[in-house]
Design a protein around this ligand. Structure first.
Ligand code: SF4
Length: 273
């Protein structure tokens, strides 16, 4: 499986060098395309991996060939002490890219400490520049907080900043065009993510990114409940605590599908896309 040091190949010959780590399924927003109105059953805290467990897993993954790590959620900034985890991961030799995906509601406060800890760059969720629509879509979020978070990330050097804009079907939708214009004016990169349907297995490649490009898939995911998932559009997951980090990673790699399919459950909250 690992003929060469530090190169990880899946059964289809794809090089896997990217680990997305969901540090929590909790979030301070309730986006309508992610969270049902009635709320969700949260992962019991006892099942969420400690920073030390995440660090051990990340070290082994880097040994096996990972050089790119992204922290996700839920919302990673609601995990207390997240800057400490960033610092731990930034010390791992071989991590070439350490990034985070955030809704930026708390980024103005945390950006300096995250940059100091070793975070390199951020992707920020922004679906509209209309403050009322923003609050409606997120069930209570504050657009100005996100804009202040973008400014704080730039000031802290967490660049390049990419904007993740969720669309129904295309980047030509009015809110998406406004986000594209904003990104161009501000020198940011906008990416457009079509709403996914896990039940039917519908997803599209990210417009402006490489997510959803199955033939060139390079990623594994650690879910908030401590399982390594070979694919976002698969129910398969291998428990880090039951199997141990190395075996969980190897089994996930060996069971990586050629392309995503249907899922019995919507994993978004606990996998972070
Ligand atoms: S659907 Fe699965 S195989 Fe396809 S790009 Fe996403 S994670 Fe990779």
């Amino acid at each position: 499986m690992f003929p060469e040091q530090n190169v990880m190949k899946d059964p289809f010959g794809r090089t896997i060098n990217y680990l997305r780590i969901s540090v929590t399924d909790r979030c301070d927003l309730r986006c309508r395309y992610c969270m049902p109105a009635k709320g969700v059953v949260r992962v019991p805290m006892a099942r969420i991996l400690s920073f030390e467990e995440i660090l051990e897993l990340a070290r082994i993954a880097v040994d096996m060939g990972v050089d790119k790590i992204r922290l996700t959620g839920g919302e990673p900034l609601v995990r207390r002490g997240i800057e400490r985890l960033v610092h731990m991961l930034a010390q791992i030799p071989g991590v070439r890219d350490l990034a985070m995906t955030t809704n930026a509601q708390q980024l103005q406060r945390l950006a300096p400490a995250l940059a100091e800890a070793g975070l390199m760059r951020v992707n920020i969720s922004l679906d509209t520049l209309d403050a009322q629509v923003f609050t409606h879509l997120t069930r209570g979020g504050d657009l100005q907080k996100t804009l202040d978070g973008i400014a704080a990330a730039r000031a802290a050097g967490l660049t390049p900043i990419k904007l993740n804009c969720v669309v129904q079907r295309s980047a030509d939708e009015p809110h998406a065009r406004a986000v594209a214009d904003f990104a161009q004016k501000e020198g940011l990169q906008a990416r457009f993510i079509q709403q996914m349907d896990f039940e039917s297995g519908y997803f599209a490649q990210v417009d402006g990114g490489d997510g959803g490009d199955c033939p060139r898939c390079n990623r594994l995911r650690l879910s908030a409940d401590g399982r390594i998932r070979p694919c976002l559009f698969s129910d398969l997951g291998f428990s880090v605590r039951e199997l141990g980090p190395k075996r969980a990673l190897i089994q996930a790699l060996q069971n990586k599908p050629l392309r995503g399919g249907r899922c019995a459950e919507n994993p978004m909250r606990g996998v972070g896309g």
